[in-house]
Design a protein around this ligand. Structure first.
Ligand code: COA
Length: 292
């Protein structure tokens, strides 16, 4: 058994209906695939209908599950409402909302136009708000239970240079996660988040580490476990958090990053670079101080 294998029992999401925004590619696609394998029906959304339809076809063939592809720009509330109606028409209910769609690119903040900043805020924060509000209102009005899972990032709480619109928006999504976990619990709605570290996908890597930056900045060196994440590991955690097995988990943000953000945070973490032999010498020097 290893971390790249499916974790939950095969019927863990049987008869559940999930909406996965940004489900046509990357991590959204990986999580969609696993939800299907666990028995869920999945609505995948993005702006690119052709890409979605190809993914839907591919995943249906691979898993035997049912996928509905719906074009939807999460920035637009009317499109989100239409996507929700399409999901209800096709599957009769919605159990799970996975706010995964995101937009991001690296840039010194002073180089950004106001529209560039807005674009990221709109996709990430407004998009997550639009979907959560639309589906949440439906759950409350129809007295059905549901669960929201938001994909954030560890820099939602540390902040990060050069991705300031994304950091700002993800911090908002995290605040929304914790706020609604309390406010909507009375309706049977759980709200949680995952903060993934480096899980390489083509879309993200081409935007966040373009050109030869991927060779220049070896992401594995930033991670105490010295590797990047496997998509199945994230899918395992996501499936658990949207399944009934996590029924008592609410308002949590689970970091899955191999310890990456803490490596950057701990004041003396750089001492990791000191070889074992040198510790004998350092210990002797420190002890000598006591007597000196
Ligand atoms: N540096 C600075 N500004 C940039 C930029 C960059 N690398 N990329 C886009 N912008 C600016 C544009 O110039 C535009 O501003 P302007 O109108 O003042 O010129 C603004 O951002 C919007 O760009 P546009 O391409 O019109 O937006 P879009 O809605 O078509 O695309 C993005 C949204 C920019 C997020 C695009 O990268 C995208 O679609 N990404 C796909 C999803 C994604 O990013 N996933 C996350 C991976 S980590």
């Amino acid at each position: 058994m290893n971390y790249a294998e499916p974790m939950l029992r095969e019927d863990a999401l049987k008869d559940k209906v999930a909406i996965v925004t940004g489900g046509g590619s990357g991590l959204g696609k990986a999580m969609t695939k696993y939800f299907l394998q666990l028995g869920a029906k999945v609505v995948i959304t993005s702006r690119n209908l052709e890409k979605l339809q190809n993914t839907a076809k591919e995943l249906e063939a691979e898993t035997g599950g049912k996928v509905l592809a719906v074009a939807c720009d999460v920035r637009n509330y009317d499109e989100v409402e239409a996507m929700k109606e399409a999901a209800l028409k096709e599957f009769g209910k919605i159990d799970i909302l996975l706010n995964n769609a995101a937009g991001n690119f690296i840039s010194p903040t002073e180089r950004l136009s106001a529209n560039a900043f807005d674009t990221i805020i709109d996709i990430v924060l407004k998009g997550s708000k639009n979907c959560t509000l639309s589906i949440g209102k439906h759950w409350i009005d129809s007295k059905t239970k549901g669960t929201v899972l938001n994909i954030v990032t560890t820099y939602a709480w540390t902040g990060s240079a050069y991705v300031v619109p994304s950091a700002t928006a993800k911090a908002g999504v995290l605040a929304m996660t914790r706020s609604l976990a309390v406010e909507w619990a009375k309706y049977g709605i759980r709200t949680n988040a995952i903060a993934p570290g480096p899980f390489p996908t083509k879309g993200a890597w081409d935007r966040l580490l373009p050109g030869d930056l991927q060779e220049k900045f070896d992401m594995t060196k930033k991670v105490p476990l010295r590797r990047v994440g496997d998509h199945q590991e994230l899918a395992n955690l996501a499936a658990y958090l949207v399944s009934d097995f996590s029924a008592y988990v609410n308002g949590e943000v689970i970091t899955i990053d191999g310890g990456e953000w803490l490596q950057g945070a701990g004041q003396f973490n750089m001492l990791d670079q000191i070889p074992t032999e040198m510790w004998d010498m350092l210990e002797a020097m420190i002890k000598a101080k006591k007597n000196g």
